[in-house]
Design a protein around this ligand. Structure first.
Ligand code: PHB
Length: 393
């Protein structure tokens, strides 16, 4: 027997984009159902990136004044760009009057899930979307199977794909699940979590002759670090000593504080933007719409910006029957998405050393880094993008 569920907006995906959207819609008096194929425990424990722009923190605080971003999270007023053995600080408040927060995404998800559930949100874990149909009508549907394998159909007035890079909704919006603008990179990140105190006050983005490394943090006791590796690298092939030796070599001029490594992974990365972000009564947000390499720390922030734009458009459509904002959604969101694509690509290509790089390219890269850190205009460009541009309406 098929269960039928009626709602106004069917949201596929309970990541930051889906949960924040359900919240903004509820504020506008619009009921939604959120489904996710993962369990709650899986959503709350998957390790993702950790940098939130000022605008993202402002939104999380408006949604939940008790958010732990201000207690568990940490404000960061700058980053260090390191090359040729020297560190150069980019002072965010001094340059652009804004900061960022280090707050792991799964912690933000714990806050958002608890809040949505306490407010009575219909939120179904273990529910897999299989098909989206009827997006050219006023009553689109999401069909799927729940945690016990039973079939369900959600009848809605609008369907939102917040279902990540392997989006099922993308097929109904873009015509194909792989249709989009792509760029692959000839490297990946080897990521670790270790038990150690922070090695530095702020994040270090380090360019060295051996390749890139990022020294990030998680808490006073746990640190997150990455180094550039081959996309096919096996995370278990290196010993702890080899990992530390690689990291130390990639951050010349400083000594990292070492500790037990308790998690390791290889993150392949690419740039992607779907050809269509909206078709009829369906739209894509977050990783379903685009992917950025992690070097610019834009992933979650870009998802939040999409959602702010889409929530306003859905309120106009579903409360006032005004189609203008939904018709403009893709164009409005894409302006920011392509700026973020450029910034993420730029940080990636400026800091990594591609296999087979020529002397010319290596020296040009150092020239590029110098032209950023030695110029207030250069540092300001970086700080403006890293801390986040204002959201357009
Ligand atoms: C992280 O802490 O996971 C992180 C921080 C900054 C980035 C990417 C990842 O640019």
């Amino acid at each position: 027997m098929t269960t039928r569920i009626r709602t106004r907006v069917a949201i596929v995906g309970a990541g930051p984009a889906g949960l924040i959207l359900s919240h903004l819609l509820a504020d506008a008096g619009i009921e939604s159902v959120v489904i996710d194929q993962r369990s709650r425990a899986e959503i709350e424990t998957t390790i993702r990136a950790g940098i939130l722009e000022q605008g993202t923190v402002d939104l999380l605080t408006a949604i939940d004044p008790g958010t732990r971003v201000h207690t568990v999270g940490q404000r960061h007023d700058g980053i260090e760009l390191r090359f040729q053995g020297e560190g150069h600080r980019i002072d965010f408040p001094g340059l652009v009057g804004r900061s960022v927060w280090l707050y792991p995404q799964h912690e933000a998800l714990k806050d958002l899930l608890a809040l949505r559930l306490s407010q009575g949100q219909d939120l179904r874990f273990g529910a897999t979307a299989v098909r989206v149909e009827g997006v050219d009508t006023a009553t689109p549907q999401v069909s799927g199977t729940d945690a016990d394998g039973a079939e369900f159909v959600i009848d809605a007035e609008f369907v939102v794909g917040a279902d990540g890079s392997r989006s099922v909704v993308r097929q109904a919006v873009a015509g194909s699940s792989r249709d989009g603008h792509f760029r692959e990179y000839p490297f990946a990140w080897f990521g670790i979590l270790c038990e150690a105190p922070p090695s530095a006050h702020e994040l270090i983005y380090s360019n060295s002759d051996d390749g890139f490394a990022l020294i990030s943090q998680r808490s006073p006791e746990v640190q997150r670090m990455y180094f550039q590796c081959d996309p096919d690298a096996d995370p278990n092939a290196l010993s702890e000593a080899e990992i530390w030796e690689t990291l130390q070599r990639r951050v010349p001029g400083t000594t990292l504080t070492e500790g037990r490594i308790f998690q390791r992974d290889v993150l392949r990365f690419r740039s992607f933007v779907a050809h269509e972000l909206r078709h009829g009564r369906a739209a894509l947000v977050g990783d379903a719409a685009h992917t950025v390499p992690p070097t610019g720390a834009k992933g979650m922030n870009l998802a939040v910006a999409d959602v702010i734009i889409l929530a306003r458009a859905l309120e106009a459509l579903l409360v006032r029957n005004d189609e203008r904002l939904i018709d403009a959604y893709a164009e409005t969101a894409l302006r920011r998405i392509w700026k973020a694509q450029h910034f993420s690509w730029w940080m990636t290509s400026m800091l990594h050393v591609a296999p087979g790089t020529s002397d010319f390219d290596r020296l040009r890269q150092i020239g590029e880094l110098r032209s950023v850190v030695e110029s207030e205009a250069g540092r300001t460009f970086l700080a403006e993008a890293y801390t986040g541009w204002p959201v357009e309406s």
